[in-house]
Design a protein around this ligand. Structure first.
Ligand code: NAP
Length: 233
């Protein structure tokens, strides 16, 4: 069984998910309402965070940091990163973030052994599934089966969103539309199938609710009705 999967994205009026000042306080306060058991990051999102904050990439490492938390049951979510190519090297810094109970990597059989050992040495739990890239359906089922994840919030860019939408794994889409036209490059947007090698994708949604929140930010929630590949024009 897979978890309930919710994509939650802050975007500009023109569909951009970067290049504008998103209201992160509002984003995270709304995100908490689903009470997710885990949050899934794409490696691209983590690498972008490192680019914005290089201190993340060069943290001091010591054994204590990699000791998995023990003791009382911890209600905070698990933070999961999909990283088949072994690019994320700031796990110790991420583990210090206060709003999660632990971290977990999702890799594929093509993930370099050196990186798998790197994770093992740091006591970072790992799910290995898929050949070249992660098989997201299997990964989500493993999250449910092995880690008790019933609700999963996606905090990723358009690439991983597309992979999940294309595989029919997403139940809900929540967008926080900011009153700004961000312009800039064509990507990233909420859904960038080309970045994941998917040639076309159209997702049908059912509107659930829309509210105007502070500063004219519009929060709309949708249920996913179905995904179908569409040919590129
Ligand atoms: N505004 C918002 O709410 C919001 C939220 C999150 C992120 N962002 C922004 O989004 C940007 C990053 O977006 P992004 O699209 O570049 O990266 P991303 O979606 O965060 O990361 C790409 C992910 O897709 C996976 N992937 C690619 N092709 C795949 C395939 N065929 N099968 C399975 N998995 C596949 C990659 O896995 P591998 O690593 O295994 O290759 C990676 O985990 C950043 O600038 C970030 O700030 C904005």
């Amino acid at each position: 069984m897979k978890p309930r999967v919710i994509i939650h994205t802050a975007m500009s009026l023109d569909g951009r998910i970067t290049n504008f000042p998103a209201d992160l306080e509002l984003y995270y306060s709304l995100a908490a309402q689903w009470n997710p058991d885990a949050i899934l990051f794409g490696s691209g999102t983590v690498l972008a965070a490192v680019r914005d904050n290089p201190a993340l990439a060069v943290p001091p490492e010591h054994e204590e940091m990699f000791t998995p938390p023990a003791g009382q049951p911890d209600p905070r979510p698990l933070l999961v990163i999909a990283d088949s190519r072994g690019q994320v090297r700031c796990w110790d810094a991420i583990r210090k973030w206060p709003y999660m109970r632990d971290v977990l990597a999702i890799c594929s059989r093509a993930t370099p052994k050196e990186y798998q050992n790197y994770l093992k040495e740091r006591h970072i739990g790992t799910i290995i599934t898929g050949g070249e890239r992660v098989d997201m359906r299997e990964a989500l089922e493993a999250l449910n089966r092995e880690h008790g994840v019933k609700t999963l919030r996606i905090d990723s860019g358009g690439t991983l969103n597309s992979v999940l939408l294309h595989a029919g794994l997403v139940d809900e889409v929540s967008v926080l539309i900011h009153p700004v036209i961000a312009g800039g490059k064509a990507v990233p947007t909420l859904c960038d199938p080309g970045q994941a090698g998917i040639t076309g994708l159209q997702i049908h949604l059912v509107h659930k609710s829309t509210e105007v929140l502070k500063d004219g930010i519009v929060w709309s929630q949708y249920a996913v009705d179905g995904a179908e590949p569409v040919p590129v024009q």
